[in-house]
Design a protein around this ligand. Structure first.
Ligand code: HEM
Ligand code: SF4
Length: 579
C-alpha cells in the first residue's frame, strides 16, 4: 500500500491548518456562508438535511487496518457511531459538527487520509477494482497507475475549476468491476506484446456518466503508452475546460460535450490539443518516467504469501464439514459460493464482507464496532489491508483458504457474513431523503422493505445474480440506471413516488435501464418487485440470469406483471409512504 512521503504529508498537514483558520473565521462571522461554502466543499464538507456531512476519500478503495480504526474512532467521537461507504470508494459521516471538522481532518492526516477533492468541480477520488492486485482475471495491477494519477491530479491548478465534477475509474482486469463506462474518463489498462514494447498501455473511454442524461463512455484512444497518460489527459481536460457548457449546470458534464461533438470529433480535438505540447520534437515534461513508476510501484509489491496448495471448493467444504453443525454447514457453503472470490495465488482467496444485512442497517453502513472488528480481521487474516467495493461492501483481499472457516466464524459475530453478494438484496442505495437535501424521495426505507420482503436465502440463491440499485433523485448516486432493476425516487406534487427501470447492467455488457411506465407509491414497491421476480422465475430457462431473461423477452411481460395489481391509483390520492 502506498505510504505518504514528506510532500504528501506536508500537503495534508497544511490543509488542516488552513481549514482550521477558515472554520474559525466562519464561526466568528468574518466569513459569510457564501464565502465559506466553496472552501468547505474543497474539503468534502457538505451541508445536508439535518447536519454537516463529511466525505473522506479512500483512494482507489484501499484502506489499512490502522486507517479503518481511525474511521471508527471518528465515528464514535465526532459522529453517531457509524459511517456510510459509498459507490465511489469514499466514506461519509452524516452528523458532524462544523467546529469539530478541523479536528477530524487532523485525525485523518495522522493516518495519511483527507477529504480533499471529494467535492467540487475538480478531479474526484480515483476509483478502481476492489480486487486490484489479487483478482484471478487481472491483466495488469492498476494500483501504481491509480496512485501516479492521484498524485498528478491532486491540487492540479489547471483543473481545480472545471465546468463540472470529473470522475476517473481505472480497470486492469478482464471483467470490469469499476462501472468504467459510467465515468467521465474510464481507463482500461492492458499489455499487448505488439504495442509499447509489450509494456503497459491504456484504452481511454470518455463521456460516460449517469445523472439525468445517462450515457455510456465511448472509446476515444487505444494503446496509449502509460508514460504519456498525464499529457494525453491534460489535453483531454483542456478540451473539456474550453468547450464544456459552463452556462448550464445540467449540460456541464463532459458526457454532454462528447455527445454534442460526437466521440470521433472529440477524440480529434484532443489529439490536436495534445500535439501542441507532445510531439516528435518535444515531449511533455508532465509525462511519467520510469523512475517515477519505480518510486510508486514499490509500494504495491506482493505481500509475503506462503507457498500453499490450491484447494477446490469440495476440499474446503470437506475440511470444514467436521467442524460445523447442520445449519452452519448451509451458511458456510453459501458464503463460499457468494462471498469468496478466486485469487491469483494458490491457496489464497478474497472475501467480501457484506454491508447489506437484511433490513437492519442501511446499505453501505458500518458501525464503529464493525469497523474495529474488520480492522482486527484484516490484521489477522489479510496482511492488515482491506478494500471498499463500489457496491458498498468491504473486501479482505488476501485470505488463506485454510483460514476461511475461522474468518467466517469471527466475522459472523459482527453480522458481516450474509451470503448475499450479487443477489437481489445486495442493494446499492444512496442516502436519499433521510439525509440528502437534493432528494426527491427516500431510498433507505425502500431498500429495507425490499430486503425484508426477500429475506429467504434459499429463494435468493435460487434467483442468482440480480442487481438492484436505488437513487433518491435523478442525480443517480445510487446507480439506478445500471441496476438490472433500478428504482428512482421522483417527486410528484410534493409526494414521494418511485419509477422502475429494467435492463440496466454494469460490467463488460454495461447498459442503461429503461423506464417501464408510470411511477408507484412507496408501499407498492415490494409487491412490484415480487411481480417482476415472479415473472422472471416463470419465464427463465435453466440457469438463465435475470438480465438475460429480460434481454430475451423485452420489457412486455415484466411490465404487464408490475401493473397488474399496482400503479392504478389516481394521482390525487395520498397514501403509501413507508415509514
Ligand atoms: C449526500 C450528499 C450527496 C450529494 C449532494 C450528491 C450530489 C450529486 C449530484 C448533484 C450528482 C449529479 C451530477 C451530475 O449529473 O452532473 C451526483 C452524482 C453521483 N453521485 Fe452523488 N451526491 C451525494 C451523495 C452520494 C453518495 C452517498 C454516493 C454513493 C453512494 C454518490 C455517488 C454518486 C454517483 C455514483 C453519481 C453518478 C455518477 C455521475 O454521473 O457522476 N453520491 N451526486
Ligand atoms: S441520488 Fe439524489 S438523493 Fe441520492 S444522494 Fe444523490 S443527490 Fe442525494
Amino acid at each position: 500500500m502506498y505510504k505518504y512521503d514528506h510532500i504528501d504529508q506536508t500537503l495534508v498537514d497544511q490543509r488542516v491548518i488552513q481549514f482550521q483558520n477558515q472554520v474559525e473565521r466562519r464561526l466568528n462571522g468574518t466569513l459569510a456562508e457564501e464565502e465559506f461554502r466553496p472552501l468547505r466543499l474543497q474539503n468534502g464538507l457538505y451541508h445536508q438535511r439535518h447536519a454537516y456531512m463529511l466525505r473522506i476519500a479512500i483512494p482507489y478503495g484501499l484502506l489499512s487496518s490502522k486507517q479503518l480504526r481511525t474511521l471508527a474512532f471518528i465515528a464514535d467521537k465526532y459522529d453517531r457511531g457509524y459511517g456510510h461507504f459509498t459507490t465511489r470508494q469514499n466514506i461519509q459521516f452524516n452528523w458532524v459538527e462544523l467546529e469539530k471538522t478541523p479536528d477530524i481532518l487532523a485525525e485523518l492526516a495522522k493516518v495519511e487520509m483527507h477529504a480533499i477533492q471529494t467535492s467540487g468541480n475538480c478531479i474526484r477520488n480515483i476509483t478502481s477494482d476492489a480486487f486490484a492486485g489479487v483478482a484471478a482475471d487481472e491483466y495488469v495491477d492498476p494500483r501504481p497507475i491509480c496512485e501516479l494519477l492521484r498524485q498528478w491530479s491532486t491540487l492540479h491548478p489547471e483543473f481545480a475549476h472545471l465546468p463540472r465534477k470529473f470522475k476517473f475509474a481505472i480497470n486492469g482486469a478482464k471483467e470490469d468491476r469499476t462501472v468504467l463506462l459510467c465515468h467521465d474518463v474510464g481507463i482500461e489498462l492492458k499489455k499487448n506484446p505488439a504495442i509499447n514494447n509489450g509494456e503497459l498501455t491504456a484504452d481511454i473511454y470518455a463521456g460516460g456518466g449517469m445523472g439525468r442524461t445517462p450515457i455510456l463512455g465511448s472509446l476515444i484512444k487505444q494503446g496509449l503508452p502509460w508514460q504519456v497518460l498525464p499529457s494525453y489527459l491534460t489535453a483531454l481536460l483542456r478540451v473539456y475546460n474550453r468547450f464544456g457548457r459552463r452556462d448550464n449546470l445540467y449540460k456541464a458534464r463532459i458526457k454532454i460535450l462528447v455527445k454534442a461533438l460526437g466521440p470521433e470529433e472529440f477524440a480529434r480535438q484532443v489529439e490536436g490539443e495534445w500535439a501542441n505540447f507532445h510531439n516528435e520534437a518535444k515531449q511533455s515534461k508532465d509525462n511519467f518516467t520510469q523512475a517515477e513508476w519505480e518510486r510508486v510501484a514499490k509500494h504495491f509489491t506482493k505481500p509475503n504469501y506462503k507457498d500453499l496448495t490450491e484447494l477446490s471448493d469440495e476440499q474446503l467444504q470437506s475440511h470444514a464439514d467436521s467442524k460445523l453443525n447442520a445449519s452452519e454447514k448451509i451458511g458456510f457453503t453459501r458464503w463460499l459460493e457468494r462471498n469468496v472470490k478466486p485469487h491469483q495465488v494458490p491457496g489464497y482467496a478474497s472475501v467480501i464482507l457484506s454491508l447489506k444485512p437484511h433490513g437492519t442497517a442501511a446499505p453501505g453502513d458500518a458501525t464503529s464496532a464493525q469497523m474495529n472488528a474488520i480492522a482486527d480481521l484484516a490484521d489477522q487474516y489479510s496482511f492488515g489491508e482491506l478494500r471498499v467495493t463500489h457496491e458498498q461492501n468491504l473486501v479482505l483481499a488476501d485470505v488463506e483458504q485454510m483460514e476461511l472457516l475461522n474468518l467466517w466464524r469471527a466475522a459472523k459475530n459482527y453480522n458481516l457474513v450474509l451470503p448475499n453478494i450479487g443477489l437481489l438484496t445486495d442493494i446499492i442505495a444512496c442516502p436519499g431523503g433521510d439525509f440528502c437535501s437534493l432528494a426527491n424521495a427516500k431510498s433507505l426505507p425502500i431498500a429495507k422493505a425490499i430486503q425484508e420482503r426477500f429475506d429467504d436465502l434459499d429463494y435468493l440463491h435460487d434467483l442468482g445474480d440480480i442487481t438492484l440499485n436505488i437513487s433518491g433523485c435523478i442525480n443517480s448516486c445510487g446507480h439506478h440506471h445500471v441496476g438490472n432493476i433500478g428504482v428512482l425516487g421522483v417527486d410528484k406534487d410534493g409526494e414521494e413516488w418511485y419509477q422502475i427501470t429494467l435492463g440496466g447492467d454494469q460490467g463488460n455488457d454495461a447498459s442503461i435501464g429503461k423506464v417501464i411506465g408510470p411511477s408507484f407509491y412507496a408501499n407498492e414497491i415490494p409487491d412490484v418487485m415480487t411481480s417482476l421476480i415472479n415473472t422472471y422465475v416463470e419465464q427463465r430457462t435453466a440457469d438463465e440470469p435475470f438480465i438475460d431473461t429480460y434481454r430475451r423477452l423485452g420489457v412486455a411481460p415484466f411490465k404487464e406483471a408490475a401493473y397488474r395489481n399496482n400503479g392504478k391509483h389516481s394521482k390525487e390520492s395520498s397514501k403509501g409512504a413507508i415509514a
